[in-house]
Design a protein around this ligand. Structure first.
Ligand SMILES: Nc1nc2c(ncn2[C@@H]2O[C@H](COP(=O)(O)OP(=O)(O)OP(=O)(O)O)[C@@H](O)[C@H]2O)c(=O)[nH]1
Ligand SMILES: [Mg+2]
Ligand SMILES: [Zn+2]
Length: 326
């Protein structure tokens, strides 16, 4: 079983502590206490590592916060029969509810410190097109992705992801072509140093802050703008055909990356080093903040797409049968 803290494949030890009503589960490698819900229900809710990889201030933490906000505040459970999410330990509950409240109250999270993060563990059941699972969200400071040595030291969790998620804010890059390539290059070097193989991973590129990027989705890219505008979470209330649409959008963003960002080298590198390459674009907030505050309530756009990509790529196809009608 995968320890959610050190990410080693281990057997959990059961230990009965004096004065405790039930035995607890400990990782035999790092000795951290693993939530009972995680250990006992491991097979029904297998872990999925969701790792946010990207430069400082490119929107990693706000993206996760916006996801938690959406999962908690919006009425998804009304449209999706059987749907729920739940935090698996106290830290995870604090993060999910704390971040949802922060965004709801109009404030934004601080820049994330550089350290090996603890996961936010969220059980997800009944999400359309997804098997039940435990999502392990990892988020550290963007500095960790600037140099391979930093990545190895602070972001070793990336090795366990079946699909790597790179978050890139194009409007924040002076030279997107060179900088995206550098991020990918750093990642590939770091992964190999960690003993991992990117060729065993899928790659999902997420263009963040789409509300700003949308000024480039004009002319022949207008369809991408329309996709975003229609992309409130309610669009997922009817999941039929949603994945097919995501594939189409991914292919359009591939073209955009080539023809508008001229990032040919990046695309070639990604194709040579990963099992697959897909794109999505999101706006976690829906509009730019003024300083550290949000002027209006957030209107997230297409923020479930990257998660759906991670699921699609993390599980064998048999899980998908029910949605594709095979
Ligand atoms: N316009 C717009 N701005 C956003 C959006 N998401 C994030 N931002 C802005 O980007 C800033 C940085 O976002 P974070 O999520 O904290 O960035 P990060 O990648 O976690 O940064 P580090 O923790 O420093 O690595 C936020 O404070 C917002 O001002 C978005 O969807 N739209
Ligand atoms: Mg952050
Ligand atoms: Zn461990």
């Amino acid at each position: 079983m995968l320890c959610p803290f050190c990410l080693a494949e281990v057997k959990f030890k059961r230990q009965k502590l004096a004065g405790q009503p039930a035995s607890i589960y400990l990782c035999s490698h790092c000795n951290e206490q693993v939530p009972a819900l995680y250990a006992q229900d491991y097979r029904q809710y297998p872990p999925v590592v969701v790792s946010a990889i990207g430069f400082r201030q490119h929107g990693k933490t706000v993206y996760f916060a916006s996801l938690f906000y959406t999962l908690k505040k919006l009425t998804l459970a009304r449209d999706w029969p059987e749907f729920f999410t739940m935090g698996l330990n106290e830290d995870s509950l604090d993060t999910v509810y704390g971040n949802a409240e922060m965004l709801g109250g109009g404030t934004l999270p601080d820049s994330t410190p550089k350290n090996f993060p603890r996961p936010t563990m969220v059980r997800a059941e009944g999400v359309p097109m997804q098997p039940n699972c435990t999502m392990l969200f990892f988020d550290t400071g963007g500095e960790c992705f600037e140099k391979p040595t930093q990545l190895v030291q602070f972001a070793g969790f990336v090795r366990r992801a079946k699909a790597a998620m790179l978050l890139v804010s194009v409007p924040d890059l002076e030279d997107p072509r060179a900088e995206i390539q550098k991020l990918l290059n750093t990642y590939v070097v770091g992964m190999r140093e960690l003993g991992g193989q990117t060729n065993d991973q899928h790659l999902v590129i997420v263009y963040t802050k789409a509300d700003q990027l949308a000024s480039r989705f004009t002319g022949r890219w207008q369809d991408l703008h329309s996709y975003l505008l229609q992309g409130s979470v309610e669009a997922l209330a009817q999941p039929d055909g949603y994945m097919e649409r995501m594939y189409q959008v991914s292919s359009r963003l591939f073209d955009f990356t080539e023809q508008e960002l001229h990032a040919h080298e990046f695309i070639n590198t990604a194709q040579a080093h990963f099992k697959s390459l897909n794109f999505s674009t999101i706006s976690a907030l829906g509009a730019g903040p003024i300083g550290a505050r949000l002027p209006v309530a957030i209107v997230p756009r297409r923020i479930l797409d990257p998660l759906l990509w991670i699921m699609e790529k993390s599980f064998p196809k048999k899980f998908w049968r029910q949605w594709w009608g095979w």
